[in-house]
Design a binder for this molecule. Structure first.
Ligand code: CP3
Length: 341
């Protein structure tokens, strides 16, 4: 550690040009990803086959030379190891068997940690094959976001099933969050031991929570993960991304203990500057601007650099890149951030 640009930023340094990677950078916008996906015959087969997982993790690094590679996997491998019958049907998004309050209390009996062994094998292989200057990021879903999929059995637009469950069965809901936090911490520790240089916790649905519920369901479980990871690996560097969290972000770093916080594209740049006074920030280009490309993308990327590049910044999108993004637009973005155009 120490030399890689992204890890220097996680240590609080300002690095210019800032390191860049993109959430969901290995994915369907890349023709080489779609080709491997065809041969793998199913998304989970990609995640659980270290050869495939290594290949698709490295694809965006070869193409763009990003400063970080993110392990190719999914946040739903934890529910899969809990035998929730996770499926990814083409064009439909994830499906799981919805869990009820009794199911939550019986969950501990179902866990099969060995299910994640191939993911850990992939981490080792990827770190071995990556250029020395590229950071390897591990990741997991935050307990709240993972719980929303487990309860609804699918993605929804407002996570009403999980929020109702939390009102009606608060004790079981909190038990589910704690249990997911403990499993996720162990999983992140295994990734760090296998060669991940830092990790990110994705709370993609934190934005549906009220202020009080954000503290209990988003911030507290992420703190539980951070504390547990640090008790095993005191030097662990952790990025926490709570999408849509708005003004809850002002206390999020301090409440979770994360080193860096991710910012979605709705976070005003003036607010981002405030947040950066307390430590590194990551973000926050609108993924749709990369679909548009040209002036729309360029002007917004430059505004981010102008506002945030004089402090610790990891350049990224405000959420995952979409399948519609043109790979050439991504190449132009990387050149722009690196001052090459
Ligand atoms: O960032 C990367 O390139 C690494 C891999 C990665 C995937 N999913 C691969 C994936 C990461 C970090 C994730 C995180 C993830 N997965 C999140 C949090 C981040 C976010 O985007 O909000 C969530 C909520 C999920 C759950 C999930 N997985 C959904 C809702 C979907 C379907 C929607 C979609 O984007 O396709 C997935 C499938 C998925 N995960 C794909 C990929 C490449 C597409 C599957 C395919 O190839 O058919």
């Amino acid at each position: 550690m120490g030399k890689r640009a992204l890890e220097r930023v996680l240590n609080g340094e300002t690095v210019n040009p800032p390191p860049i990677w993109l959430m969901r950078q290995a994915g369907r916008y890349l023709p080489e990803y779609r080709a491997v996906r065809e041969t793998a015959g199913g998304f989970l087969n990609l995640c659980y086959n270290p050869d495939f997982a290594t290949e698709v993790t490295l694809q965006p690094i070869r193409r763009y030379g990003f400063d970080a590679a993110i392990l190719f996997s999914d946040i739903l491998v934890i529910p899969d190891a809990l035998k929730r019958n996770v499926r990814f049907e083409a064009g439909e998004g994830p499906r799981l068997d919805p869990i009820d309050a009794d199911g939550v209390m019986a969950l501990e009996k179902s866990y099969d940690a060995g299910r994640l062994d191939p993911v850990i094998a992939a981490v080792k292989r990827i770190r071995h094959e990556l250029p020395a200057e590229t950071t390897l990021l591990g990741f997991c879903g935050a307990p709240f976001t993972v719980a929303t999929y487990m309860i609804a059995g699918r993605g929804t637009s407002d996570q009403a099933p999980a929020r109702l469950f939390a009102y009606r069965h608060r004790r079981e809901f909190l038990a589910l969050l704690d249990y997911l936090a403990d499993l996720s911490a162990d999983y992140l520790i295994r990734q760090l031991e296998a060669g991940a240089n830092a990790v990110q916790i994705f709370d993609s649905w934190a934005g549906v929570l009220s202020e009080e519920d954000f503290a209990d369901f988003a911030a507290a479980p992420v703190k539980r993960i951070v504390d547990k990871v640090r008790s095993a690996r005191p030097e662990a560097k952790i990025i926490a991304f709570a999408k849509g969290a708005g003004s809850n972000l002002f206390s999020y770093r301090q409440k979770t203990g994360a080193d860096a916080i991710g910012l979605d594209w709705t976070v005003p740049l003036a607010m981002a500057r405030e947040l950066q006074k307390d430590g590194p920030v990551q973000g926050n280009l609108d993924p749709l601007s990369v679909v548009a490309g040209g002036h729309a993308m360029k002007s917004r990327a430059l505004a981010i650099l102008e506002a945030l590049a004089d402090g610790p910044l990891i350049f990224n999108l405000g959420h995952g890149i979409t399948p519609e993004a043109d790979p050439e637009h991504v190449a132009a973005l990387v050149r722009l951030v690196r001052g090459e155009e």
